[in-house]
Ligand binder design. Structure first.
Ligand SMILES: Cc1cc2nc3c(=O)[nH]c(=O)nc-3n(C[C@H](O)[C@H](O)[C@H](O)COP(=O)(O)OP(=O)(O)OC[C@H]3O[C@@H](n4cnc5c(N)ncnc54)[C@H](O)[C@@H]3O)c2cc1C
Length: 474
């Protein structure tokens, strides 16, 4: 390794000698990489292709000890630090220019205790890694709908998906976490150990330290669920959505139904004449008894005259991957999101107008369906406040060519602005792009003040600032 000029916390540079870096490397089970080394480009490449940053130094950690070494080295040299879990976050904070990137992607172990219904998960694991191990013994923890997402970032922001209405957010199933704090110390956080840190980790993002392991409570699940898509012509979208909101208002916790509006991809079960035409998709999952599921989904499946209904028994772990082909890494992406407590006629009008003006074939408007068990936890019981946002709008703007950036981003921002009057005001930090730093305080609503005071205690210098940043209280 050569001497390196690395970006510091105050946006300056520090000259760090080769000897110091070699000494760090000697203390690690993992390795250090700089620009030009084999593996450097893979380490810095993340899901969203609009993010193209070049860290000065990458520390590829193999265990919690490596993480502590990396954090201490960053502290001693006042380095800017980015932390990479699964590398999926839209904002791209997993990677920085010039500073140190702590890359956790090789820490992928998932250890399941079937009898105790617990899993201990390292922070480089993806949702697929977690599902593979937990489903092998018929258990599951609620996570998200795209299996290549990292468990670390998803959990720290909150985490919701197909079985959240039944079992709560991912954070509602977090039992404890092991954390390397800004001073390089390793601590445990749980209801009984450092409870304020535990509170903040559950929704507060990567603000409070680097989590080196997560312990989750697991639930009996599957192995099959009743799940699939019902696809409608977009011309019927308004009528379908009005019926949809009635049905889901009375849905049992086992039933979750997300809405996707986009141009139809060439799915094998869709008649070819629909490929590339605007459609509305009801994507549903019933995570209980099959017969009860047939009954519970009947009202949704009998809405209007669908083009196709492919709801049926599916392996839970397979259904968790159903959207993977539409959300592969490598495209340019920009998201805009609002929490919604209801789907008013006016809100639906705004959404439908935007879908009529979709800027490209990979753009989509998603409505996540939450509530249920997630809403039976008090808004101040964890850092995640928006328990009563039963729908989360996420505008997935996706394109390939950098020359189209302005048009696609402009479309997403217009839709976001038009939806503002119909939104709750809070936001899901995991869906926020990198230009929404000014929105963080509102995102956390009444929980921001407590987050800021816990930040002051655990990270007074704001060492962990590359995230949806909570500033240490004054
Ligand atoms: C295609 C797609 C689909 C998605 N679907 C869902 C969904 O259904 N439900 C849902 O809830 N979310 C969903 N998300 C959002 C997802 O939860 C966030 O993008 C999340 O941040 C991804 O975590 P990661 O570890 O992969 O990301 P990274 O980019 O690696 O990390 C994100 C941030 O988390 C922090 N961080 C990561 N690891 C650690 C750690 N070990 N310790 C401390 N801080 C850390 C850092 O600040 C980092 O910048 C989706 C994202 C994508 C791209």
């Amino acid at each position: 390794m050569n001497d390196l000029n690395l970006t510091t916390l105050d946006s300056g540079t520090a000259a760090v000698s080769a000897a110091k870096i070699d000494a760090l490397a000697g203390r690690l089970r993992g390795s250090v990489l700089a620009d030009g080394d084999a593996g450097y480009d893979d380490a810095r490449t993340i899901w969203n292709a609009t993010i193209d940053r070049r860290p000065g130094l990458v520390v590829q950690c193999k265990d919690a000890g490596d993480v502590a070494q990396a954090v201490r080295f960053a502290r001693d040299n006042a380095l800017l630090v980015a932390v990479r879990g699964g590398g999926h976050n839209i904002a791209g904070n997993a990677v920085c220019d010039g500073g140190m990137m702590i890359d956790l992607s090789q820490m992928k172990a998932v250890r399941v205790d079937k009898a105790a219904q617990r899993a201990v998960v390292q922070p480089g694991a993806t949702l697929a890694d977690v599902d593979r191990e937990t489903q092998a013994v018929g258990l599951a923890v609620p996570t998200g709908i795209n299996s290549t997402t990292g468990i670390a970032g998803l959990t720290l922001g909150g985490g919701f998906g197909w079985i959240t209405r039944k079992f709560g957010l991912t954070i509602d199933n977090l039992v404890s976490a092991e954390v390397v704090t800004a001073d390089g110390e390793t601590v445990r956080a749980s209801e009984s150990e450092n409870p304020d840190l535990f509170w903040a980790l559950r929704g507060g993002g990567g603000n409070f330290g680097v989590v080196t392991s997560f312990e989750f409570k697991l639930h009996k699940m599957g192995p099959e669920v009743l799940a699939g898509l019902v696809v409608h012509p977009f011309a019927d979208a308004e009528a379908v959505l009005k019926q949809y909101r009635k049905v889901v208002a009375a849905a049992p916790d086992e039933l979750t139904c997300w809405v996707v509006m986009r141009q139809a991809p060439p799915l094998p079960f869709l008649p070819e004449e629909w490929h590339g035409k605007e459609v509305l998709i009801l994507a549903m999952c019933y995570c209980g008894d099959m017969q009860a599921g047939e009954k519970a989904t009947a009202a949704l499946r009998s809405i209007g005259k669908p083009i196709v209904d492919v709801v049926g028994p599916n392996p839970f772990a397979g259904w968790q991957q159903a959207f993977d082909p539409l959300l592969t890494p490598g495209a340019r992406n920009y998201w805009k999101s609002h929490d919604l407590t209801e789907l008013s006629d006016a809100a639906l009008g705004v959404l439908l107008a935007a879908v009529r003006a979709l800027p490209g074939p990979e753009c989509e408007v998603f409505l996540a369906h939450v509530g249920g068990q997630a809403d039976r936890v008090a808004p101040d019981a964890t850092a995640f406040p928006q328990r009563n946002a039963h729908f989360v709008m996420n505008v997935h703007t996706r394109w390939r060519d950098a020359s189209d950036d302005a048009a696609f981003i402009g479309w997403a921002r217009s839709l976001f602005d038009a939806m503002k009057p119909h939104a709750a005001g809070t936001a899901y930090v995991n869906f926020m792009p990198d230009d929404e730093g000014a929105r963080v305080e509102a995102a956390y609503g009444g929980n921001y003040k407590r987050l800021a005071s816990i930040k002051k205690r655990y990270d007074p210098k704001n060492q962990f600032r590359l995230n949806q940043n909570v500033k240490p209280a004054a």
